[in-house]
Design a binder for this molecule. Structure first.
Ligand code: FAD
Length: 416
């Protein structure tokens, strides 16, 4: 059987890898090279992650086995200890903030007391009006008002009371009262997910992406703009010239319906209700730091996060990436950077397309309608961070690929 995979980012590549032994697989990619938003650009020998900064780890053993045993041997990665801080009240405190109350106590005892009282008294009844309510009930009002709400307003480009809390459980590590109390009285290390992570020894995430793509049949510079189902031949026809028995799209869910020739207006309308954010990043030469990330809730600095990508490299380099949600000009990025003497010189700049899907009050109904519609059609799947309209990291994209490959194998095995 012929499988067409639309889009060759981490999701398309990992699925292609997993299906290629049993099926005839072709990937169609709009860009001039595969890798999607995880791909880096070489800037004077530095791997610039134009969208974010892609470190790797996973809580899924099958993902770790696939990556380290079948794609890029574990000996070709180095392991890095997370060293993330939050710029909070003009001080730097460790991430996650709810376990850093002792550090806050060192510079503001009243604030530390207020955080503690509010956290321990927060009444979580598991009914949340919106994302703001969720933060208040999970962390108490002081941490919500001084950190979570301003930070989340920056990363979602809208107030948290206009967002759904439905996506957040399982995505953010959530402390309970005992773990909060434990952090107050003990000196335990950070054991949260991604407290350590992997980066390729080559100091470039493209090494992993190139290994993932090895042996795959990928057609680049191919923009998919039409998908038609031919019921006589029982196959999908892409752009009028490529035929597949099974189609897997990793294209954004808000775009895919508009490409399907005989789609209903109800589904087009649902796709139109899906919102997403772009990100603008800038690569800088910096004074250098041992930190891995700095989070910035302060509104006066429009960067919400510094990714100290130089700390992912061995040996360390004095470079960082600053990130802001939405579109900013090169000049705006440079101007905003001037308030921080840590940032010495801009080296490169990028504005992404899809970066973060927005979980507003419409997204659940809209995504459900589109998924149900696609399930009613023969042999078509939507897959990946934007294909499933989710907040997936690379490892979850790979996990979803492992699960989808197993599903396709069991449904179509014997027909390959
Ligand atoms: C700012 C940021 C930071 C991140 N940091 C990390 C991190 O540190 N660690 C981590 O594990 N994950 C991280 N992620 C998540 C990670 O980037 C994604 O989970 C993963 O790269 C998504 O892969 P994908 O294949 O699903 O999507 P994409 O990479 O978007 O791939 C989709 C592909 O489809 C192609 N395409 C689109 N339209 C068409 C068309 N019409 N025709 C043909 N091709 C088309 C695109 O060009 C693209 O190559 C981060 C994400 C962001 C936004």
């Amino acid at each position: 059987m012929r499988i067409g995979i639309l889009g060759a980012g981490i999701s398309g590549l990992s699925l292609g890898r997993l299906l290629s032994n049993d099926f005839t697989v072709e990937l169609l990619e709009r860009g001039s090279i595969y890798g999607g938003i995880a791909r880096t650009k070489n800037v004077n020998g530095i791997a610039y992650h134009k969208v974010g900064g892609h470190c790797f780890n996973s809580k899924y053993n099958d993902v770790l086995d696939f990556v380290f045993k079948e794609v890029l041997s574990k000996s070709k990665w180095h392991n890095i200890q997370r060293n993330a801080v939050i710029k909070y009240k003009n001080e730097e405190v460790s991430y996650p903030i709810e376990f850093a109350v002792k550090e806050i106590y060192n510079f503001d005892k009243e604030l530390a007391l207020s955080i503690t009282k509010d956290f321990l008294n927060a009444n979580d009844d598991f009914e949340y009006a919106d994302l703001e309510d969720w933060f208040r009930k999970k962390f108490g009002n002081t941490l919500a008002d001084s950190y979570f709400l301003p930070y989340n307003e920056k990363i979602w480009n809208r107030p948290p009371n206009e967002m759904s809390p439905a996506w957040v459980e399982g995505k953010l590590p959530i402390p309970n009262k005992m773990s909060f109390f434990n952090a107050l009285i003990s000196n335990e290390e950070d054991k949260m997910p991604h407290s350590t992570f992997y980066y390729p020894d080559s100091n470039d995430q493209n090494t992993f992406i190139d290994s993932l793509a090895q042996g795959l049949n990928i057609t680049c510079n191919y923009n998919v703009d039409q998908i038609v189902y031919n019921s006589n031949k029982k196959c999908w026809i892409v752009n009028g010239d490529k035929e597949y028995d099974i189609l897997v799209s990793t294209l954004p869910m808000n775009i895919l319906p508009s490409l399907i020739a005989d789609i209903t207006s109800e589904i087009i309308e649902a796709a139109g209700n899906l919102k997403y954010n772009k990100v603008t990043t800038m690569l800088w030469e910096t004074k250098g730091t041992e930190r891995t990330w700095t989070y910035v809730p302060d509104k006066a600095n429009f960067f919400h996060r510094y990714i100290h990508i130089g700390s992912f490299y061995y040996p360390r380099k004095n470079v960082s990436i600053t990130e802001v949600v939405g579109t900013k000009t090169y000049e705006e990025m440079v101007e905003n950077g001037k308030q921080d003497p840590f940032l010495i010189k801009p080296l490169d700049y990028n504005v992404s397309d899809h970066a973060y899907v927005v979980f507003d009050e419409n997204y659940e109904i809209a995504t459900e309608k589109i998924k149900q519609y696609l399930a009613s059609r023969d042999n078509i799947y939507t897959h990946g961070r934007f294909g499933e309209w989710q907040y997936y990291n690379m490892d979850v994209c790979i996990k979803q690929s492992i699960d989808l490959a197993a599903k396709i194998n069991s449904k179509y095995s014997g027909n390959s």
